[in-house]
Ligand binder design. Sequence first.
Ligand code: FES
Length: 107
Amino acid sequence: MQSIETPTNQHIRCEADGFEFEAITEMSLMLALKNTGFDIEASCEGSMVCGTCHVRLLSGWEALVQPARQDELDVLSSLPGVTNQSRLSCQIVITPALAGLSIEIAR
Ligand code: FES
């Protein structure tokens, strides 16, 4: 019988507001932030309705994070303080390529 290997999730280090935290691949950035205890509301729990999981990618990371879809851009367009680095953290899936990701939480 042939065994099927399942990929193991990796733990990677990220940084938010100058504090390091650990995120697990395949998890959303929003969940990683909440699990670590960051003060991020995320009241719709990832349904892309509330916009309260708004973060800004720090310089250079926008090129390495998967691009936002139009429905995410639509939610972002209604939020205050949006910049070209703004993203909904519930829509960012942690991948190994994001090791060292640096963000600020929008307030
Ligand atoms: S958690 Fe509500 S939009 Fe991300």
